[in-house]
Design a protein around this ligand. Structure first.
Ligand code: SF4
Length: 379
């Protein structure tokens, strides 16, 4: 039995120093603390989130009281809070069971709609379709992306890994419904975490990506498993007691670098995933929300740089200056077009000659009407 606790929190919205290039989020919000989905691999159990210190993560769920009122006040009072993408569902699922009754997520979404903030949600629950009209309104107003997290199509394995969430088939059904009834919402699959020796068979990789494509997903974001401190201890303990205990030693060997290099493993896996996404016509990045103010070109060029860096990194050609140039550009307080016109691009952080050479053709096209076409073609 999950214990529910009502508690008031001082802050509602967290602002990130840089957006992430997965969900393009600039803010995060958690309607609850703790998650009754109780996935055995959940990274929220790692020490960096301090959640284990304040509660029994999956058996005690804290309902943040009046979170929508706090959020409303925060946005209304903060003059410097520009609308930008808010990610929901980082260290808990916004559509876990208690949402049916508490409706914190729905109340928060109404506030974001009111203030024209774009929203990105990750979930493993089909309860999300309850709010599809709201999503469509947000998407029409600004931008809305929904990613269903799926790590395996094997029902038995999914029941062990994610005991209290909707089944993978139910998640795909929910995606289909959103795609049909809320056509302006960007939908996709977060294929993560892909657990070595459990979810990385060719059969599973193909099935998850094929089924995602058949359901109407536009993107598949994929990533491996983190194995950190208390998250690792919990997961390995559960695995040892399960029908999947044979995976324990190979998994530990892989992460300890005994049998093969961890990076080499993921390089091989990424190659397979890239090929499957190509085969089933799926993007490996979601399309970014682009503001209409001075940030417009900063965000477009940032998306260009971060997507390129990501795709290069999948092939082992990581370029940290490209990544940092892309990230820092989000904090520029004027348009990059103005900087370009003044010939001051080398003054921008991490903008070396290689990066300037790469983006200049796109900036030049900004003088033409064809500009958007040029960028979209590349992305
Ligand atoms: S749904 Fe997400 S936050 Fe909740 S337990 Fe599973 S992985 Fe953790």
């Amino acid at each position: 039995m999950v214990k529910y606790i009502n508690r008031e929190f001082k802050t509602a919205l967290n602002k990130l120093k840089f957006p992430d290039s997965w969900f393009w989020a600039r803010y995060t919000i958690n309607p609850y603390s703790g998650c009754e989905h109780a996935c055995v691999y959940c990274d929220a159990r790692s020490n960096r989130y301090y959640l284990q210190e304040i509660q029994d993560f999956e058996n005690e769920v804290i309902i943040k009281t009046d979170i929508d009122k706090k959020l409303d006040l925060r946005i209304k009072r903060a003059r410097t809070l520009l609308p930008d993408v808010v990610a929901m569902g980082g260290v808990n699922d916004s559509y876990q069971q208690i949402e049916k009754k508490a409706e914190n997520t729905m109340k928060i979404l109404k506030v974001f709609f009111k203030y024209k903030f774009p929203v990105c949600i990750s979930t493993k629950s089909n309860l999300i379709i309850r709010d599809l009209e709201l999503f469509e309104k947000i998407a029409t107003n600004t931008w809305c992306a929904i990613g269903f997290s799926i790590t395996t199509m094997d029902e038995e394995l999914a029941r062990f890994l994610e005991p209290f969430s909707s089944t993978p088939e139910e998640r795909l059904e929910a995606l289909k419904i959103i795609k049909k009834k809320a056509p302006n919402v960007q939908v996709g699959i977060n294929f993560m975490p892909i657990i070595p020796f459990l979810c990385d068979t060719n059969k599973n990789l193909d099935k998850v990506i094929r089924k995602s494509s058949e359901a109407g997903a536009e993107f598949v974001l994929f990533s491996g498993l983190t194995l950190r401190d208390s998250q690792k201890d919990f997961f390995i303990k559960k695995l040892k007691k399960s029908n999947y205990k044979d995976a324990v030693q190979p998994l530990l060997d892989l992460y300890n670098g005994k049998k093969e290099n961890w990076q080499e493993y993921y390089m091989r896996l990424n190659k397979k995933l890239l090929n499957l996404c190509k085969k089933y016509n799926l993007q490996v990045r979601m399309k970014r929300w682009i503001p209409k103010d001075y940030r417009k070109w900063n965000y477009k060029i940032s998306e260009l740089l971060l997507n390129k860096e990501y795709k290069d990194s999948l092939e082992g050609k990581s370029d940290s200056s490209m990544k940092w140039a892309g990230l820092n550009l989000n904090n520029l307080e004027e348009s990059i077009l103005d900087v370009y016109k003044r010939g001051e691009m080398p003054k921008l952080r991490n903008f070396n000659s290689k990066i300037i050479k790469f983006i200049t053709p796109y900036l030049n096209r900004s003088k033409d009407l064809n500009l958007k076409k040029g960028l979209d073609k590349f992305l």
